[in-house]
Design a protein around this ligand. Structure first.
Ligand code: XMP
Length: 505
């Protein structure tokens, strides 16, 4: 394991962000439960996170303080973590007169190394209801807020506490503070994705130990990086790609070519007829999703057969952290997908490997770059597992799919040519299953309408319609109306999420 900054999770909604920030600063970091302190191994520093509980609760989460001290490393308590450390150092915690939520000012005092390079006064973000009362004897107040209330404490031996959340962007100089804290640690290795790749490859070889590995590939970032990584480890493997008939134009062919170029052999299973057959006559969105999910499992496991020795999955770190703050729809779905009963049973037998489970999405992309996977592939928009079926509301028919597929291809071409593709989170064309009247070549037409959707987003939890220029939209609509049969009307979706979702179903 990489020598790391261990973050102890007391349950704050921001905890995962602390890990993110540290990784962004170039150091390895992982989350641990308070009871897992010993499992942190030989951490370079420890951060105790915030949390929703009160330290004064009888069953409040606690930490093995003697063990923590015995590590001899810098420790930073954030919010709940600070209050806990204050009690451990002989101080007390009392409910404050009122909860403090929102911006405040940080005014450092003295020469505390945490605040090197910070402004004399900068905005910090508060979210707490308890506050430190009496302080222990060895405690020094190293910063106050604009009302003179202590917001940062130094207990000596590199133990510090801060009442605010440096990990949220509303704490304007929070990153500098975290960097200063890490610099107090001795010999912290930088987290380099290239050497992490070597570590992963070695780990895969050791775990696989001559067994045969099966993995599913979708053409998406995570499963592609996984398959290339397994290939790099030079183990015996099968990579299975299920064509569910709900893919984008030429997608199956492109995925095949992409893996050929990457030197990874894949097995393509053309199951389009089976999927479309089972979807015939079904118009309920949930039922459609269930059919697609179950059919995928039938086809995949059928191909895998009985002799499976090890299953590799592209589960990422946010999928693993159950208390994920940014538990995005995509990661929640993937969590469910990666934890179906058969996988859980295999897991209990130690037959599932998830080599990417310590990485965030951007780190998987960086790993992909180290593995020489083309950027075009690594920075693709997300595409939902149920494919175009969620973009054809109601019953899915080959005719409606064909229209959606063609229109989507034109939209993507225009987005790439117009320089828009990389500026947005996701874009697609959805069929509106309503026929409207138009005029085509002097003749009355009665054809479907289409909706174009392009959104910006951080994590798919919320989304804004992309503000595309009018000329571009008009040209794109024209291209679709000219090139795609079966459509005579194009609309641009300007709904935010919430209340709309990104997909139509
Ligand atoms: P919604 O429509 O819920 O979508 O706003 C949020 C993000 O999740 C993707 N999505 C899915 N991804 N399987 C997936 O792998 C699915 O069933 C699924 N449904 C939605 C969607 O494309 C968007 O990025």
């Amino acid at each position: 394991m990489e020598r790391q900054i261990a973050v102890i999770d007391f349950g704050s909604q921001y905890t995962q962000l602390i890990v993110r920030r540290i990784r962004e600063l170039g150091y390895f970091s992982k989350l641990y439960q308070p009871t897992e302190l010993r499992e942190t191994g030989n951490p370079a520093a420890v951060i105790l996170s915030g949390g929703p509980r009160s330290v004064t609760d009888e069953d409040a989460p606690d930490i093995d303080f003697e063990y923590l001290k015995s590590l001899g490393v810098p420790v930073l308590g954030v919010c709940y973590g600070m209050q806990l450390l204050n009690v451990k150092h002989g101080g007390e915690v009392i409910p404050s007169d009122r909860s403090e939520y929102g911006p405040s000012q940080l005014i450092p005092e003295g020469e505390c190394p945490l605040f090197v390079g910070l402004s004399a006064s900068s905005q910090i973000w508060m979210s707490h209801s308890d506050t430190c009362g009496n302080l222990g004897e060895t405690t020094t107040v190293v910063a106050k807020n604009q009302h003179g209330v202590p917001v940062a404490l130094d207990w000596g031996n590199r133990f510090y506490g801060i009442q605010f959340h440096p990990e949220v962007s509303h704490s304007h100089e929070g990153n500098t503070l975290l960097k200063n804290f890490i610099e107090l640690a001795d010999d912290v290795p930088r987290f380099e994705i290239a050497s992490f790749k070597d570590h992963l490859v070695a780990q895969i070889r050791e775990t696989v130990n001559g067994r045969k590995v099966v993995c599913g590939v979708s053409g998406g970032v995570d499963s592609t990086v996984l398959a290339v990584l397994l290939n790099e480890a030079d183990i015996e493997m099968r990579a299975i790609f299920v064509d569910n008939g709900l893919l984008r134009k030429n997608e199956a062919k492109e995925v095949q070519e992409q893996f050929d170029e990457l030197g990874v052999e894949i097995e393509v299973i053309d199951a389009g007829d089976l999927f479309l057959g089972r979807l015939a006559g079904i118009d309920d969105p949930e039922e459609k999703r269930a059919i697609i999910g179950n059919t995928f499992l039938d086809v995949f496991w059928d191909a895998v057969g009985e002799e499976i020795q090890l299953l590799a999955q592209g589960t990422l770190y946010p999928d693993v952290i159950e208390s994920a703050t940014s538990g995005s729809m995509a990661s929640t779905i993937k969590t469910h997908h990666n934890r179906v009963p058969r996988v859980v049973a295999l897991q209990a037998e130690g037959r599932v490997i998830e080599p990417l489970d310590e990485l965030f999405k951007d780190e998987v992309r960086a790993l992909g770059e180290v593995l020489k996977i083309p950027k075009r592939l690594l920075y693709r928009h997300p595409f939902p597992g149920p494919g175009l079926a969620v973009r054809v509301p109601g019953e899915v028919t080959p005719h409606k799919l064909a229209i959606t597929r063609e229109a989507d291809a034109v939209f993507m071409r225009e987005l790439r040519d117009g320089g828009w593709y990389d500026k947005i989170w996701q874009a697609y064309a959805a069929l509106i299953p309503v026929k409207t009247v138009g005029v085509k070549g002097d003749v009355r037409s009665y054809e479907f309408a289409l909706s174009l959707r392009a959104v910006t987003s951080e994590d798919a939890m919320t989304a804004e319609p992309a503000e595309m220029d009018w000329k571009f939209l008009k040209a794109t609509a024209n291209a679709i109306l000219n090139e795609v049969d079966g459509v005579n009307r194009v609309l641009y979706d300007v709904s935010t999420k919430p209340p709309a979702s990104i997909e139509w179903e």
